[in-house]
Design a protein. Structure first.
Length: 300
């Protein structure tokens, strides 16, 4: 019940963001500015803060195992999507495949993982997101455009999130604690991630047109794949192979997140079905308020 309560408190922030946007307390430029701030400033500080020196160095091999789990789970999702959506029209197939493979493990993943697993959960999640970013800018771009470039791979590797993981590892291994003058700002900045990211998610959902929001079998197929079928399949495989380690559980939990926010951006850029992408982000996020607590209790 404590897990459900913690996750519910995060979803209340989404409702606040939704209401604020509907009440015109937030405009599009503010939402865009906050999104950039969260991705490039707040989340990197959250990652940096997660490399807490009180966490024993014996956790290092588990960070490597988290990366392996992330590679395996994304590979599994890509194979499943390639088989499942072969007969769909191209503009729908791309969106459905992207949603099936990529969960919102950054904006939503970090706050929710921290609420369930604590700082060490964010530490492991940051490694998962490094692999997620690499798949986004290689497979994700190739899926929509048909080709990936060296520039995209560079973006996958050199971004604030990944750089903060490297800095965090260095800080974690330092033979001394950081001075209080540095630790306090890092902690304060990291504390911004949960409220700001959830409010921005809610504000973004408020811009999705209500007309025809729940129509279309493609919407429900993609949404079910994202928040129910993929998490259940991963959980089933874990039970089958007896994987109960923290890297496995956190990786599986991140699979239970709703559709990635980048889905609409990629759909717009590469002329795919933008309407379907918007609706799936909205519906999967709303439904995840019910599904995430369930998977949290199964995996905690």
């Amino acid at each position: 019940m404590a897990v459900f309560s913690r996750v519910l408190s995060i979803f209340i922030l989404i409702v606040i963001g939704y209401a604020a946007r509907k009440a015109k307390a937030m405009n599009q430029s503010l939402i865009s500015g906050l999104s950039g701030f969260i991705l490039n400033v707040a989340i990197p500080f959250t990652i940096l803060a997660s490399f807490d020196r009180s966490i024993p160095k014996s956790a290092l091999p588990d960070l490597g195992r988290t990366a392996l789990w992330a590679i395996a789970l994304h590979g599994f999702a890509i194979a499943a999507a390639s088989l499942a959506y072969r007969k769909f029209p191209d503009s729908e197939r791309k969106v459905l495949s992207y949603v099936t493979v990529f969960a919102n493990c950054g904006f939503m993943g970090f706050p929710v993982v921290e609420s369930v697993f604590g700082k060490i959960g964010v530490m492991y999640a940051s490694i998962y997101v490094v692999i997620f970013q690499i798949f986004i800018w290689t497979y994700g771009v190739t899926l929509f455009s048909g080709a990936a470039s060296k520039g995209q791979l560079r973006k996958a590797l050199l971004n604030p999130g990944n750089i903060s993981v490297l800095i965090g590892l260095v800080v974690w291994f330092l033979p001394f604690d950081l001075p209080e003058a540095l630790k306090v700002p890092i902690t304060n900045m990291s504390n911004l991630t949960t409220p700001l990211s959830m409010v921005v998610v809610g504000a973004t959902l408020a811009d999705v047109p209500i007309a025809g929001l729940l129509k279309g079998k493609e919407l429900w197929i993609g949404t079910a794949a994202r928040v129910i079928l993929m998490p259940l399949a991963v959980y089933g495989v874990m039970k089958l192979v007896g994987a109960t380690s923290l890297p496995a559980r956190i990786s599986a939990f991140l699979v239970a997140m709703p559709a990635a926010a980048q889905t609409v951006i990629f759909a717009e850029r590469y002329k795919a079905d933008v309407g379907l992408a918007s609706k799936m982000i909205f519906v999967s996020t709303v439904l995840s308020a019910l599904t995430i607590p369930v998977f949290a209790m199964l995996l905690k």
